[in-house]
Design a protein around this ligand. Structure first.
Ligand code: HEC
Length: 166
């Protein structure tokens, strides 16, 4: 009889697909997120003063956005305030967003391809652990419109002179 129960248990265990539990926001998960954010350079753009201060910032400035803005043929873009951004998202919505976003330059959205769901959730929990702070970053400004500095500007070479065909 007990052999039967064990066989049944083995059968069930073998047929039910293993579902990985979503990572909870424990200290190790948050620390993993902090490490990924540091290595992936999120602060370089999303934390004001990060570059100027050699990769450090007070906690109230971390990831509040607007840090390093960019202007080029795409217009002017300001790094999003991630501390406010995550507040309205569940971890599932965050994961879905960063997996599908094709944000404008200079956001390197392709870095998320190298991360698994645990990595992406860990970044979310790290940012959430910092709490909301700062103001929303200035909105996107289309090409040719004046934009508040400072920003880094990409200057393109002039177009090649037209050939006359002679
Ligand atoms: C080289 C600069 C740069 C780096 C590095 C960078 N970002 Fe961004 N990020 C931006 C800019 C600029 C925007 C705003 C883009 C726009 O207006 O479309 C942005 C937007 C975003 C958005 C909003 C996307 C959307 O669809 O609205 C998220 C989320 C984000 N960044 C997360 C991150 C995370 C997490 C990292 C680190 C893995 C990171 N960023 C690294 C510059 C950067």
């Amino acid at each position: 009889m007990s052999k039967c129960i064990w066989m049944l248990a083995a059968l069930v265990a073998g047929t039910v697909p293993a579902v990985a539990a979503p990572p909870g926001p424990g200290a190790r998960t948050i620390e993993h997120g902090r490490k990924l954010v540091t290595i992936a350079g999120c602060n370089d753009c999303h934390t004001p003063g990060w570059t100027e201060h050699g990769g450090t910032a007070p906690k109230d400035q971390l990831l509040v956005g607007g840090g390093l803005a960019f202007q080029g043929p795409w217009g002017t873009t300001y790094p999003t305030n991630l501390r406010l951004y995550v507040q309205s998202l569940t971890v599932e919505q965050w994961t879905q967003t960063v997996r599908t976003t094709k944000a404008r330059p200079m956001m390197p959205w392709w870095v998320f391809r190298a991360m698994n769901d645990h990595d992406i959730a860990s970044i979310y929990y790290y940012i959430r652990s910092l709490g909301p702070a700062g103001d929303p970053a200035p909105g996107y400004i289309p090409p040719g419109r004046p934009a508040p500095p400072p920003y880094l500007k990409l200057v393109m070479p002039p177009p090649a002179p037209a050939t006359t065909g002679s």
